[in-house]
Ligand binder design. Sequence first.
Ligand code: NI
Length: 159
Amino acid sequence: MALREIKIQGDPVLTKECRPVEKMTPRLELLIEDMLDTMYDANGVGLAAPQVGVLRRIVVIDVGEGPIVMINPEILETSGEQTGSEGCLSVPGKAGTVTRPNYVKAKALNENMEEFIIEGEELLARAICHELDHLDGHMYTELVEGPLQDVEYDDEEEE
Ligand code: NI
């Protein structure tokens, strides 16, 4: 298990556009393993590669149903709306209210570079939107309605 340092808001790496992955390499396999370890260690439900300083289009998500690895992900369809609390491992100790689609259908490659389709509702839909935004240099704080709140519990789900 190897943990990587999570970049904090203000680090310019979090504002950049990430490059697609063209082929899987041992280095990227290790990155994905480390991203999962880092996400679980931090009690997050998602983590994007730029959050560990790597500008590649890779995210990992686990909303409690097992790990999902998404490489070069693209949203195909969204519907509905949900408004709720959202946090980010790159904005520690904070949360804010964000409106997202309630349903998301996306395609991505898995760690074997095989395409798959994923559909998610509620927290999974929120996590997919949140993590994919990171790949284009965007943070949830740009979407927050009202002020950021201080989070008192360190086991709060964060993305
Ligand atoms: Ni985040």
